[in-house]
Design a protein around this ligand. Structure first.
Ligand SMILES: Cc1ncc(COP(=O)(O)O)c(C=O)c1O
Length: 465
């Protein structure tokens, strides 16, 4: 029988628990994953700690406080995360997890990064917000840095201008509006249609959702924006079938699809796509919200591509704020010419706090040494995961992705949610993506020993699922 307690009691007991964590480091029992792991001979045995039950602090808070007052749009395990450091994250029950999720490819420099925390404190004491009615220093600096570093680091060679906003969805909304404005300028009122791709994900607002070709997400909210056509990735004929010089204003594509299953788009296809866009005066938008900003071992996923495949617009978010909400839409001068004062705007976008964090992150993730290390860490992941693929051919069909955007595709009869649960209970956080794929998107500076420890847990959980 569940004990009936009041809201006050629940919150009071959680406050006490948290206070005892912070007042005494030693009483904060860090259950390290290594303490859950014992070795007999060559065999490693893992101890699983089931998710917190309904009697726990977490269970009580979730049932009495979180669930009754929150909209029902998420399905979540009984887990309340309280703090993190680097590639580790901790919950209310004092458990420590290795974090291969980085908040879905967001905390690229790890949790509680010292310099980011200093910037937040310092900027909060200076100026948090002043609106876009006026200029501020960090926003100008971030825009300049994005353009110049992109050109220096082999990205979009004609990058010119930046619109700052607060999320990936907003960055894509801006891209849609800029592309439409351009389409109308060069082709008249009919040149307003978009082309997107199967398994794409571009966000959940009505505009971005219209480009997210997943019936599960779209159907409950139809009708969406008309004139969106869906083509097949890596199939240029499928693009030609829906592209019209008179009607199409833009094509949007993730150079590596994240949510859709960690699917890398072929460079040859992207070169052909660019060519097709050029021939038809169609804007090419790369959504690098998940795959950009160092995740592939280059500043941009498209930095690996020749100039002939560079886009007219790049959208970004996630890693840009290392956890602080920020997004951006970077365009060429060709697009800028279509824009006029009043065409778009935002209250919070370009606020000094987010922009200052963004400028720091851009500096960090564009350092050649940092990017080389991302590549080395990626090699370690791929080497170990391909061995795992060989060990479990009856379960794993493919290891895919690039850099630290990694997918492990499983056979249809493997329950990957069960693997995710088991990993969590053994102290490792991982996520899924489309096509029965487990997705690993750790911090870009995750230490090698943490990678090894996390992969040992993953192996155990695949073996025993
Ligand atoms: C490729 C891509 N585009 C757009 C979005 C939407 O970004 P946000 O959730 O910040 O609005 C996401 C989020 O997962 C994404 O992965």
């Amino acid at each position: 029988m569940m004990r009936l307690v009041s809201y006050g009691q629940v919150v009071g007991s959680i406050r006490n628990a948290l206070a005892s964590h912070s007042s005494s480091k030693s009483s904060f029992l860090f259950l390290s994953t290594s303490s859950k792991l014992s070795q007999r001979g060559n065999k490693v045995n893992f101890q699983e700690f089931p998710d917190a039950g309904s009697e726990s602090h977490s269970g009580q808070f979730i049932e009495k406080v979180s669930k009754p007052y929150s909209v029902t749009t998420y399905s979540r395990p009984s887990l309340i995360l309280t703090h993190g450091k680097g590639s580790h994250i901790f919950d209310l029950e004092n458990r420590r997890y290795i974090d291969f999720t980085a908040g879905i490819a967001v905390t690229c420099l790890g949790h509680s990064h010292e310099e980011v925390s200093k910037i937040i404190k310092d900027q909060a004491e200076k100026l948090l917000h002043c609106s876009n009615l006026y200029y501020n220093l960090p926003a100008g600096e971030l825009a300049r840095k994005l353009v110049t570093k992109t050109q220096e680091m082999g990205g979009m060679y004609d990058a010119a201008r930046v619109f700052l906003c607060n999320s990936g969805t907003e960055a894509n909304e801006a891209a849609m509006k800029f592309a439409r404005k351009y389409g109308k300028m060069v082709g008249g009122d009919e040149k307003i249609e978009f082309i997107t791709f199967e398994n794409s994900f571009h966000g959940r607002s009505m505009g971005a959702l219209s480009l997210t070709s997943n019936p599960k997400y779209q159907h409950p909210f139809a009708p969406l924006i008309p004139g969106v056509n869906v083509a097949k990735p890596n199939d240029i004929e499928s693009v030609k079938r829906v592209l019209s010089k008179e009607k199409t204003c833009a094509v949007i594509i993730e150079p590596i699809q994240g949510e859709g299953g960690v699917n890398t788009i072929d460079s040859d296809f992207l070169i052909q796509l660019r060519q097709l866009c050029n021939e038809n005066d169609v804007v090419l938008i790369y959504d690098e919200i998940q795959c950009g900003l160092g995740r592939t071992g280059a500043l941009w996923a498209h930095s690996h591509l020749p100039k002939e495949a560079h886009p007219d617009i790049v959208t970004m978010a996630k890693a840009l704020g290392n956890g602080f909400p920020i997004g951006a839409t970077m365009i060429t001068e060709k697009l800028e010419k279509a824009l006029a004062v009043g065409d778009h705007g935002t209250t919070y976008g370009g606020n000094p706090l987010g922009a200052r964090i963004g400028a720091f992150v851009v500096d960090e993730v564009s350092k050649p040494d940092f990017l080389n290390k991302v590549q080395e860490k990626s090699n370690l992941f791929f080497e170990k995961l391909s061995k795992l693929g060989q060990e479990f051919p009856e379960k794993i069909t493919k290891v895919k992705g690039k850099g630290l955007l990694i997918g492990i595709q499983f056979k249809d009869d493997v329950d990957i949610n069960e693997i995710v649960r088991k990993c969590r209970e053994c102290g490792l956080l991982i996520i899924t993506a489309g096509m029965n794929t487990i997705r690993l998107v750790p911090a870009l500076n995750i230490p090698d020993d943490v990678i090894n420890e996390g992969l040992a847990i993953l192996k155990h959980c695949i073996e025993t699922s």
